[in-house]
Ligand binder design. Structure first.
Ligand SMILES: [Zn+2]
Length: 179
């Protein structure tokens, strides 16, 4: 009788271990969800959404979603008359501005939005002057309408969110005084 109880206990323990082994090693990791609040982005709310959707279509380890009511956003988006710019607090967290100074100069709005989200996702400015680079920002011609990250930029973001690297607080500005 005692042996039977011990055997039952072992079977139960193995069952638990089996379940744990399955849950500990999923086939694919769920992407990290970052919530953004575009409610203060004024006339740019739609383009903010467009910028988020661009990233969602290019990366798999992180997703940008509109913040549900009652939840604190990871990302707040505002609009003002200055340069577009981003203030990061850590990887995936921060605030960015859709600045009318660049919009009024003719810079392509979806490119600005995707670029500033790129900073939130851990990418620095790389002023290569190339339109193919999303993070070249204002160094590419005003006529540049590429709003998509290139393969290297998308891979960098995927890798950052795969390994949960830490990022120190930083400020990035589209153009102008601050680098
Ligand atoms: Zn920038």
């Amino acid at each position: 009788m005692l042996l039977r109880k011990v055997a039952a206990a072992i079977v139960a323990a193995l069952a638990v271990l089996g379940v744990q082994a399955v849950t500990a090693a999923p086939a694919t990791a769920a992407p990290r969800i970052l919530y953004y609040d575009a409610s203060q982005a004024q006339e740019f709310r739609a383009v903010v959404t467009q910028g988020a959707q661009i990233w969602n279509s290019r990366v798999t380890n992180v997703r940008l979603e509109p913040v549900p009511s009652g939840r604190t956003p990871n990302i707040r988006v505002y609009a003002d008359n200055g340069w577009p710019r981003t203030y990061t607090s850590s990887l995936g967290n921060g605030t960015w501005y859709m600045g009318r100074q660049a919009v009024n100069q003719g810079y392509y709005q979806p490119r600005i939005a995707a670029h500033e989200f790129g900073h939130i996702l851990g990418l620095p400015d790389r002023r290569t002057g190339l339109c193919a680079d999303l993070m070249s920002g204002s160094s590419a011609p005003v006529s540049c309408t590429n709003a998509n990250p290139n393969t290297r930029e998308a891979t960098t973001v995927n890798n950052s969110f795969a390994t949960a690297v830490t990022a120190r607080p930083q400020t990035f500005t589209w153009a102008g005084a601050a680098a």
